[in-house]
Write a protein that binds this ligand. Structure first.
Ligand code: NAD
Length: 333
């Protein structure tokens, strides 16, 4: 049996997830949730989705009685992740929610509690956990194959061009913030999983606003520095001003890096022992096939792909914003 997935919010990323679903071994696109009737018609035809598996945002809760759907994959704007996770959980469906998991750590806690109470599992759509370059840097860092990592530089940004000032990514209420919510979460993630530690102190600074017509509500750029219990430091920038996509780690006896390294790839990487040589894979299919067997067999998801992982990132993102706003160092216990 394949995991029968309903995709909720049929925008840009949902189009990549549907390709991932088509390429996956253990998942099938079984239903859709959309506010746009024309999209519903097109997706139904493309994927032979029966009418009974098509929902609007209003009647979504009726999915409770639909035995043909096992899980809901939420690709809505960030602010709606919480509402639809709570509703999916109440309907008894497993949830895969896109990053960032929610707008705050507090919201993540409520989502985790709601899924636990409903007896469903909650996964976060962290595609890089299944990507071989990232599995390698995690191994090199956590197993200390070049000794203790002392310094990480991890940055991701795209020059934002041709975006409407009305796009939800620029609205605080829907996005929660700017590139930190959208892209910076990958920088935080990579530093956490390469070190296998949680940061204890955060400093951060907002960058200049070069496109004031767009960045009225959310940051255009932000830089931050995380200190970890081992003494390792990670410095990062995420930005909508220019393109950057790289990860670099310096350890006692060597270094390793990816550039490009945090986007959709294809990635290039090397360590002080030579170039990496890993296959390019469909990141969304790999992620779906990493999650689905746990849901199908009703086994608990490993912590690093569960809602707990999303919560830990939001805890750091909350602290980064707090540090940037206050200009003070924020300590995390
Ligand atoms: P998008 O704007 O292209 O799609 C959002 C969808 O939500 C649209 O279909 C829109 O119609 C619908 N929607 C429903 N209610 C809405 C409302 N009130 N306002 C605006 N849209 C509404 O966005 P996207 O780029 O597909 O991002 C969706 C989610 O996926 C975000 O949480 C984003 O962070 C995440 N994402 C993840 C990755 C990844 O690599 N894992 C990449 C891109 C986006």
């Amino acid at each position: 049996k394949k995991l029968q997935v309903a995709l909720c919010g049929l925008g840009r990323y949902a189009n990549l997830v549907r390709e991932g679903l088509a390429a996956s071994q253990y998942c099938q696109l079984a239903g859709i949730v959309t506010g746009t009737p024309a999209k519903a018609a097109a997706w139904r035809t493309d994927h032979r989705i029966p009418e009974k598996n098509v929902y609007s945002y209003q009647n979504f809760d009726k999915i409770l009685t639909n035995k043909a759907i096992d899980a809901v994959y939420i690709t809505l704007p960030n602010a709606l992740h919480k509402e639809f996770t709570l509703r999916a959980a109440r309907a008894g469906k497993h949830v895969i929610v896109e990053k960032p998991m929610a707008l705050t750590e507090q919201d993540c806690q409520e989502m985790i509690a709601a899924c636990k109470k409903a007896g469903v599992q909650l996964a976060v759509g962290y595609r890089l956990h299944y990507e071989p370059h990232h599995q390698e840097i995690k191994r090199l860092g956590q197993e200390k194959l070049f000794g203790q990592v002392r310094l990480i530089e991890s940055s991701l940004g795209y020059r934002l061009a041709g975006i409407s000032p009305d796009d939800w990514h620029l609205k605080k209420a829907l996005a929660g913030g700017g590139p930190l919510m959208n892209l910076g979460v990958y920088c935080v993630q990579s530093s956490r999983y390469v070190l296998g530690e949680e940061p204890v102190a955060v400093t951060a600074q907002f960058g200049p606003v070069t496109m004031p017509e767009l960045f009225k509500e959310v940051e255009e750029s932000i830089s931050w520095q995380l200190t970890f219990p081992s003494g390792a430091v990670c410095t990062s920038t995420t930005t909508s001003t220019c393109n950057i996509d790289r990860f670099f780690a310096s350890a006692d006896n060597g270094s390793f890096e990816l550039s490009p390294g945090l986007s959709y790839g294809p990635f290039q990487g090397k360590s002080s022992q030579g170039a990496f040589n890993f296959p390019v894979l469909n990141q969304q299919a790999a992620q779906l096939d990493g999650i689905a067997p746990y849901l199908l067999e009703d086994k608990p998801l490993p912590a690093h792909i569960s809602g707990e992982e999303g919560r830990k990132d939001l805890r750091v993102l909350d602290a980064i914003y707090k540090a940037a706003r206050s200009g003070e160092k924020v300590t995390l216990r």
